[in-house]
Write a protein that binds this ligand. Structure first.
Ligand code: PEP
Length: 259
């Protein structure tokens, strides 16, 4: 892959395929993945490929991926530049490790570590001001979907998470719709459900004064090589955020090579 400009929104909404390794892989395992993976996805100039890796693997993966075009990112950050925040990492530390992207507000952060929409908006501001590409995640729980509250929940998450974000920074932002009930469960939203919800998110972003038509919106939730193509064929799905199926180089490469 050739080096591509780092960009969130774009008029063409080029496909963006991102892996999220969660708390898997040591530094050595992460570097071994990159060495196996890069040759499998070489020469793709029409899509972006990214890996969100554990903090301990950031530097090694960034070095191993150099020159490949693969975007390397962290899975979380703290909004302060530095301070007494044991266990946290800042935007500058991510940049210093050679990475250019960060996930913000993943549902596992929201569910297990108390991330709120207010925190997401502060993290987004910190990421943008450090020059990182931020992938902000939103999504409803099963109970919320079954209660018919999906759109209400997403509207509220978007309003809170985007508070303070300004349209001029659109190149630093990507959204990811990840229904919580589809993450790591083997249950994927149908392509119609995903499309309907992503179209709603795009409309909501525009209603918030953001460039909804040019921002890229990813789908995440039990994406596998055999459903990636059908999801990517939906008009409002611009990319995929992939957990479990991104842990093996051959399966993530099949997803990246969709179509
Ligand atoms: C994720 O981690 O963002 C995710 C969507 O996980 P999985 O693909 O395993 O459902």
């Amino acid at each position: 892959m050739s080096e591509k400009p780092l960009t969130g929104g774009s008029s063409t909404r080029r496909p963006f395929l991102a892996g999220n390794w969660k708390m898997f892989k040591t530094g050595d395992q992460a570097v071994a993945f990159v060495k196996e993976f890069v040759p499998l996805v070489g020469n793709l100039s029409d899509r972006d490929v990214a890996l969100a890796v554990p903090a301990t693997a950031l530097q090694g993966v960034a070095e191993a991926a150099k020159g490949s075009g693969v975007i390397v990112g962290a899975q979380n950050l703290h909004w302060e530049k530095e301070g007494a925040f044991t266990g946290e990492i800042s935007a500058d530390m991510i940049v210093g490790a050679g990475a250019t992207m960060v996930l913000i507000g993943h549902s596992e952060r929201r569910q297990f570590f108390g991330d709120t929409d207010g925190w997401v908006s502060k993290k987004l501001a910190a990421a943008v001001s450090a020059g990182l590409l931020a992938v902000v995640c939103v999504g409803e729980t099963l109970a919320e979907r079954e209660a018919g509250k999906t759109f209400e929940v997403l509207a509220s998450q978007l309003k809170g998470s985007m508070a303070g974000f300004v349209p001029k920074d659109e190149k630093r932002l990507i959204l990811a719709y990840e229904p919580v009930w589809a993450i790591g469960t083997g249950k994927t939203a149908t392509k119609e459900e995903a499309q309907e919800t992503q179209a709603f998110i795009r409309k909501e972003l525009s209603a918030l004064g953001l460039p909804g038509q040019s921002l890229r919106i990813l789908y995440g939730g039990s994406v596998k090589p055999d459903n990636a193509g059908a999801l990517m064929a939906q008009p409002d799905i611009d990319g995929l955020l992939v957990g479990g199926a991104s842990l093996k180089a051959d399966s993530f490469a099949k997803i990246v090579n969709f179509g």
